[in-house]
Design a protein around this ligand. Structure first.
Ligand code: 13P
Length: 255
């Protein structure tokens, strides 16, 4: 099987500062991890341009990702950011359908799919987050939940939509809880997702990168990244500590 280029993405959520951008990017520069894998930084929107400038100044290969976009092009939507605006500020990738967007901001799978398609239409790569709640997990509904989330993308965008994206499996019960999925469970779910893609588009199944997210730390990352269908991680809390984030990046290179 072709070895897929690993992706390690920092999702800062509503955290961070210019100072932290400087510190993280300098440590990335020193470590050289951005030369060997796709290192992604997704800061709050007010930092997009600052990060974009810093990436260019330091000549880094770091990919800037938006945490969210609005699905519409423009209009009277106070506080919202369009894909055009995010792109103009330097964003190359867009996180779509993070569980916090879905649960705290009532974002439906349909709206997530609209954002996904909008990002692609502007040449930005969507990172589709999928995952089940604690209740769904306990009731054995994980696979049906993930299937529904991915199918909404296919319904709106067709098979082509799935060809150029990243999928991030983030079980909601593992996000920010300090309780990651076991590597075995994560691998089973990732294999399920790849199998689902394989049934629709076999060539994409081998190349698509599927990330795990949810309480990843330098202490648990090795066993996670050793799994054959896990191609990297979407990192929340640990990405706010540059030393930890670099260690997670390095783990992606050796496992
Ligand atoms: O939501 C996440 C990344 O998008 C994961 O967050 P934590 O790593 O803090 O659990």
């Amino acid at each position: 099987m072709t070895r897929r280029k690993p992706v390690v993405a920092a999702n800062w959520k509503m955290n961070g500062s210019r100072h932290l951008v400087d510190s993280l990017l300098q440590q990335i520069k020193q470590s050289g991890v951005d030369q060997q894998l796709d290192v992604v930084l997704s800061p709050p929107a007010t930092l997009y341009s600052y990060v974009d400038d810093a990436i260019k100044q330091l000549e880094l290969n770091v990919i800037l990702a938006a945490q969210n976009i609005n699905e519409l092009d423009s209009g009277a939507y106070t506080g919202e950011i369009s894909a055009h605006l995010a792109k103009e500020s330097g964003c190359k990738w867009v996180i779509c359908g993070h569980s916090e967007r879905r649960s705290l901001f009532n974002e439906s799978s349909k709206v997530t799919a609209q954002k996904f398609i909008k990002a692609q239409s502007l040449g930005m790569k969507p990172v589709l987050c999928v995952g089940e709640t604690t209740e769904e997990h306990e009731q054995g509904k994980t696979y049906s939940r993930l299937t529904a989330q991915i199918e909404t993308i296919l319904h709106l965008g067709g098979i082509d939509a799935i060809k150029d994206c990243i999928i991030a499996y983030e079980p909601i019960w593992a996000v920010g809880t300090g309780k990651p999925a076991s590597p075995k469970l994560a691998q089973e779910v990732h294999r399920f997702i790849r199998g689902m893609i394989s049934a629709i588009c076999p060539e994409t199944a081998q190349s698509i990168r599927i990330l795990y997210g949810g309480s990843v730390t330098p202490d648990n990352v090795d066993s996670m990244f050793k799994q054959p269908d896990i191609d990297g991680g979407l990192i929340g809390g640990a990405s706010l500590v540059p030393e930890k984030f670099i260690k997670i990046c390095q783990a992606a290179l050796v496992n």
